[in-house]
Design a binder for this molecule. Structure first.
Ligand code: SAH
Length: 418
């Protein structure tokens, strides 16, 4: 731990940022539909939407309660319910049905009077994610493909392991980073997900006919979470807050290619969220070939950021046959891991990602692990899960929708770095 680093609580700043974000009420023109909401997310919540001439005085836009932290949602509800002359306990009662014991709709909140339910539905939204595909692997891994209102599709994977159930969630539709072995990278980037589209993936697990009790979250689905910090930061609050999904911060892992401002922002959060860094190569030369982002955030800077991070980090290292799995790579990786005290996860390549790579055979992965352990590094070899349902990053969507030509990060004005 770096004694010089002060862990500042960010509550006030976070609250201000959220107020600004969710300040749709203060905008001159509110999003009227999914397209307008999307447009607003692209041009930034702070800038008013270009208003159409006022031809009709239509119903005011409804606030999406699931884009707010639980505290903000409850206070937003509280304000409106007071105006309506409802009893004080109602706001907390309704807030509990957002995440803790989620209701599929206001209509389903049968503990409330019918008239109030109708009124709530006229004033607020609690959008569902539309489940289009649900697959179960022979090893118990389940994969979900959700369709968003603008036609985008995102994946979520549920991985049971002993008493744990880890949910691998997506933070962007597509990804701008184009890592050579990753199916999501090959499809290109479309847009950042909104808070409710990210946390909603966990909420949907509680709304299944057979609900899934998620114990752990990893941001290892589609996208780069630290390039969508504006949404991911409130999502972390929703996931962790006992009034939200109540998942312990140590059970929530952000995985990143090494977006430095994002790592700093995550480190400034007072909660014990975990950080995993996708390293995948021990030298800049090789890493650049596999991960184009390395030109912007070189390995030495990423390792420095991992050293500065208050909590122990994990390295993710996909084993690519004949590419990054040789003895010299094990040695180089061990040196990097020691430099920042990292725990190393060796990941068997999921075939069916991007083409042109072969998995390292299991016994060679073990040999690689032993080499690192002999240098005092803690290493785990990840089990490959969901092989029969193409559960690796981006694969389901690639199977269902045709691949697009990849676009480069530079083309994405709305890719947002923390
Ligand atoms: N952008 C973030 C999170 C999404 S990817 C990141 O890169 O960390 C989550 C993890 O899955 C990363 O470590 C990524 O390198 C790995 N991954 C991608 N494609 C894979 C594949 N075909 N087989 C195994 N792991 C893969």
């Amino acid at each position: 731990m770096d004694a010089g680093k002060v862990n500042r609580p960010t509550g006030g700043r976070e609250a201000r940022r959220l107020t600004a974000r969710s300040g749709a009420t203060s905008l001159k023109c509110k999003p009227r539909n999914a397209f307008a909401a999307l447009l607003q997310s692209r041009i930034g919540a702070g800038s008013p939407l270009p208003c159409r001439p006022m031809i009709s005085v239509s119903a005011p836009a409804r606030d999406n309660l699931l884009d707010l932290t639980p505290a903000d949602a409850e206070s937003r509800l509280g304000g409106v319910l007071t105006e309506w002359g409802e009893p004080a306990y109602r706001a907390a009662q309704i807030a509990r049905r957002l995440w803790m014991n989620p209701a599929p709709s206001f209509e389903a909140m049968t503990e409330l009077p019918a008239a109030l339910r109708t009124r709530l539905a006229e004033r607020f939204t609690i959008p569902r994610l539309e489940l289009v595909t649900h697959q179960l692997s022979s090893d118990g891994t389940q994969k979900f493909l959700f369709k968003l209102p603008d036609g985008e599709a995102i994946e979520t994977v549920a991985i049971p392991d002993g008493g744990r159930l880890t949910l691998c969630i997506s933070s962007q539709a597509g990804c701008a980073l184009q890592c050579a072995f990753c199916a999501t990278g090959a499809m290109g980037f479309t847009r950042n997900l909104l808070p409710h589209e990210i946390a909603g993936q966990v909420r949907e697990m509680r709304l299944l006919d057979t609900p899934l009790g998620v114990t752990n979250i990893v941001f290892m689905g589609m996208g780069e979470p630290l390039m969508n910090w504006k949404a991911v930061s409130p999502v972390l609050t929703i996931l962790n807050d006992p009034r939200g999904l109540g998942i312990g911060a140590r059970h929530i892992t952000i995985s990143t290619v090494g977006i430095l401002p994002g790592i700093v922002a995550l480190g400034e959060r007072p909660e014990q969220f975990r950080l995993a860094i996708s390293v995948h190569a021990p030298t800049d030369e090789l890493r650049q070939e596999l991960m184009p982002i390395n030109t912007k955030y070189p390995l030495a800077d990423v390792i420095d950021a991992a050293r500065e991070f208050e909590r122990r980090v994990t390295f993710e290292y996909v084993m690519l046959g004949g590419v990054n799995d040789q003895p010299e790579h094990a040695l180089g990786l061990a040196v990097l891991a020691q430099r920042c005290g990292a725990f190393v996860n060796l990941i068997p390549l999921h075939p069916g990602g991007a083409l042109g790579f072969t998995p390292t055979p299991p016994d060679e992965i073990q040999r690689f692990a032993r080499r690192m352990r002999s240098r005092g590094v803690e290493v785990a070899v990840r089990k490959s899960r969901g092989m029969d349902i193409a559960a690796a990053c981006g694969q389901l969507r690639v199977e269902r929708l045709r691949r697009r030509a990849p676009r480069s990060a530079d083309e994405h004005g709305d890719v947002q770095v923390a």
